[in-house]
Every structure is written in C-alpha cells, then in structure tokens.
Write a protein that binds this ligand. Structure first.
Ligand code: NAD
Length: 377
C-alpha cells in the first residue's frame, strides 16, 4: 500500500487539527470527508487546500467507497460506536477518537469484530500514551528505578468548552459519560505507566451531578483503582468546575517517586523525582541551575519533555499517534491501543460508572454479562 486512503469523519476542533497533520503526510491521503456541517467542511478543506469535491453528504458514501482503506472518526462521541462498527463490517481499518463507544453494547461489538477480523487495524486515540513524560515514568518503572509502585495519582480536571457548537457535550446521548469525554485520558495514563509492573483488578468510584453548566451526565468523578501488585491508583476527574487544567501526577514506589505539578507557575519546579541514582534526594530535572549545583547535570531535562498545561496537550502529541496508526495499517501491525488491547482502559470507565451508581467495588476484568445487564437499565 503506497498511501493509506482515508475516509475522514468530523472536521471540528480536533478533526481539523488531525486533517491538517494527515494532509501534510506523504503516506496517507484524505479521500473523502463526511462533515454534517457543510459550511464547516468546505471551510476546512479550503484552508488545507484540499478539493471541495471530497466532501460527501453521508457516511454511507465512505463505507461504500472501495478505495477507502481506513475511516478516521473524529465525530462527536455518540457516533463512534455505530460508525466504527459499520466500518469494520465493511472491511475498513478504524482510527477512533476516544471514547471508543458511549454504549456498553457497542464497546463489546467493537472488540468482538476486531477479534473476528485480525487483518483489520483499530486504534483508540488515548494520546497521553504517546507523551514523552508518561513514557519516561513508564521507563523508570520498567527499569525498576522506582521499586515496587505503591501509589499512583493522575488527575484530569479541565473545564471543557460547551459553548456554541460544542454544546453537544452537555447531552448524555451524544457525549456519553464524562469519564469517556475527558477523565479517560488520565485513566489511560495510569494503566500505561503501570503496565510494566501491574494490572488493574478493581475499581471504586464516586460521582457528583452537574453543579454549574447543566451536564446531563455527572461531570465529576473520584476513581480508585486497585492493582494486582497491591498498588492503588487514584484519579480526580472533573470536566466542569475545574480551575484551569489539572494533570497532577504523583507516583510513589519503594525505591523512589515522581511528581508532576503542571499548575505550579514556575516551570523549573513542575517536575521532581527521586530514585536510587539520586540517593533518595528529590531532583528537579527542569531546574538546570539547581541540578548543576547539586551534581545532577546528567539528569537535566528539556522543557518540551513535559505535558503542556494550556489545554492544548491533546494537540501536542498528535503527530506520534497519527504516525502510529498509519504505520500499523501499512505494516499490518496490531496497535497496543486497538479496541481489544485498550479494552481495560475503557473497562475502568464502565466499572467506575457501575461503582458510583451501586456504591460497590467492581472487579476487573468486568463480568460482561453483569455489565450488560447494568447498562441495559
Ligand atoms: N484525544 C483527544 O485528546 C481529544 C481532544 C479533543 C476532542 N477529542 C474527541 O474528538 C471528537 C470531536 O471533538 P471536537 O472537540 O473536535 O468536537 P467539535 O464539536 O469541535 O467537532 C465535531 C464535528 O463533528 C461534526 N459532526 C456532528 N455530527 C456528526 C456525525 N454524525 N458525523 C460526522 N460528523 C459529525 C460537527 O459538525 C463538528 O464539526 C470527540 O469525540 C472528542 O471526544 C479527543
């Protein structure tokens, strides 16, 4: 395959950013665009110097086009399930924005279809897994530099935009739940960072109804994750009342720890870690002066290594995830974030909803029949 031919769906804020990156590549081509807002579709195509004739008025035209290898779904959440299932049934690879689905049945069908069609490549855009800092922490854990991890906290508190055309995010039917909308980013980071050492085995969560903006689905969650090595993970999730963007990280192990405070105003103090190499002393790798004074020159980091705290973190790691999906399709490789391979990340979200509603801890992997019954009601 020379170029991956793409049927792109949804040219909104995130979609147009991804279209620009795909259009700049030589190994992929946007063959068709389905965008329900025709004016918006035309405008984005014009901005990217793409031919207006590729804008189509129904998703079915993408499905029916034999030249299209992959669909690229950046439509509102509530369409991901149905659109991805239709694409897989038509033999097309799927790049799917998170959440993978807003109904438990669609989530199950996606995994089932992937299992039955191993040639199809699927990918859910948990883009925190491509962040250099997340991968550094994961590396430290893989190399046993932090010892046995006992506690990990990663928050996702960000007041998402619900104004104007973004008001679909208030609707339960279209947005689904707020974990899938935003908090899942931190859940994916927790699972990814812990993966060299432990797997999640249970979830307990609480939630709070909308306080300010009228979200139909509770926008605030507190999620506790138990791991099979005895560690506990924690995530404050809040897509409504958060003040700015809180992506606080704290990882604690028997040999060291790692802290990222993105809301700390002084860049040089945003990251600190300690391990055996630092003799248990905290080192601030973004503080060049201090590292030199303390004899830790070898541990100095450049600032581009850390997550952006402007709310643009999503945009910042797009190149890597787009590259990853295209390589998976071209080289016939299964993504580590395929529907099936990333299913535990989504399961933490489903389990958190079940736990918040019942007040009970929910075991992972989920009892699928029990979960189906819960979500059918
Ligand atoms: N991975 C990330 O970090 C990240 C970041 C932002 C958004 N997202 C996801 O991207 C998706 C889009 O979010 P956004 O912020 O760009 O929203 P948006 O409202 O800016 O864009 C959505 C676009 O989809 C169009 N649309 C509506 N119904 C459609 C349908 N049935 N089929 C095709 N297009 C349709 C709308 O007209 C709009 O242009 C969401 O699923 C969101 O969760 C992911």
């Amino acid at each position: 395959m020379d170029k991956v031919k793409i049927g792109f769906v949804g040219a909104g804020g995130m979609g147009s950013a991804q279209m620009a990156k795909i259009a700049a590549r030589s190994d992929a081509q946007i063959e068709m665009l389905f965008e329900v807002n025709v004016e918006r579709g035309k405008e984005v195509l014009k901005e990217l110097s793409l031919d207006e004739s590729i804008l189509v008025d129904s998703y079915q035209k993408i499905i029916d086009n034999p030249n299209i290898d992959a669909v690229w779904l950046v439509s509102p959440n509530g369409f991901h399930g149905e659109q991805s299932i239709q694409a897989m049934e038509a033999g097309k690879h799927v790049f799917c924005e998170k959440p993978c689905a807003t109904t438990f049945d669609d989530y199950c069908t996606q995994i089932e279809l992937e299992g039955k069609n191993p040639a199809l490549k699927t990918y859910v855009n948990y883009l925190m897994c491509f962040d250099p800092m997340q991968n550094d922490i994961k590396g430290m854990i893989a190399r046993d530099e932090l010892g046995k991890i006992t506690q990990i906290q990663i928050n996702y508190r960000y007041p998402i935009n619900v104004a104007g055309p973004a008001k679909w995010k208030l609707s339960k039917e279209i947005m689904g739940d707020s974990i899938g909308m935003g908090t899942v980013h931190s859940l994916s980071a927790i699972v990814h960072i812990m993966s060299p050492q432990a797997k999640p085995v249970a979830v307990y969560a609480t939630e709070l109804e909308s306080q300010l903006k009228g979200f139909e689905s509770p926008p605030i969650h507190n999620i506790v994750i138990k791991f099979d090595n005895g560690a506990t993970g924690f995530c404050f999730g809040d897509i409504e009342t958060a003040k700015g963007f809180d992506l606080y990280h704290s990882v604690s192990g028997t040999k060291g720890g790692f802290v990222f405070e993105n809301q700390q105003p002084q860049a040089k103090n945003k990251v600190r870690f300690c391990n055996e190499a630092t003799k248990g002393e905290w080192v601030w790798p973004l503080n060049e002066e201090k590292c030199k004074a303390d004899g830790f020159e070898n541990l100095i980091w450049s600032e581009d290594k850390i997550l952006s705290d402007t709310g643009e973190a999503a945009n910042a790691r797009l190149d890597s995830c787009i590259e990853h999906f295209i390589v998976c399709v071209k080289e016939n490789k299964k993504s580590f974030l395929s529907f099936g391979n990333s299913s535990i990340i989504a399961q933490i979200g489903w389990a958190a909803q079940m736990s918040a509603a019942t007040g009970k801890e929910i075991a992972l992997p989920l009892d699928i029949e029990e979960a189906k019954k819960f979500f059918a009601n």
